[in-house]
Write a protein that binds this ligand. Structure first.
Ligand SMILES: [Zn+2]
Length: 94
């Protein structure tokens, strides 16, 4: 269930709604129009979604699955492919 943030929209407010407060509501639930504590008019505030998911792991399988190619350094200027569709060896011509 998403969490919505509300804030008093007018001059009337209580300690509860003078700053932001959050309510967990179903997506299709009617939005609050009044503070549940004091009845003052409130408005819903749009907040950025929280990035709760951790970043995808950079395992070799993951990299290959996403179509990337990963190399590991063999020696100076020479890289060997560990996974992916790219060339097997990359050489720096410097
Ligand atoms: Zn209030």
């Amino acid at each position: 269930m998403p969490i919505y943030t509300y804030k008093a929209s007018g001059p009337d407010h209580c300690r509860y709604c003078m700053n932001y407060f959050e309510r967990q509501q179903k997506l299709n639930a009617a939005r609050l129009t009044q503070c549940p504590e004091c009845g003052a008019p409130v408005r819903r505030v749009i907040t950025a979604p929280t990035l709760a998911r951790p970043a995808p792991s950079l395992s070799e399988k993951n990299i290959g699955d996403k179509g990337f190619t990963q190399y590991r350094k063999l020696e100076k200027g020479v890289y060997e492919k560990t996974i992916g569709k790219g060339p097997d060896i990359i050489r720096d011509d410097e």
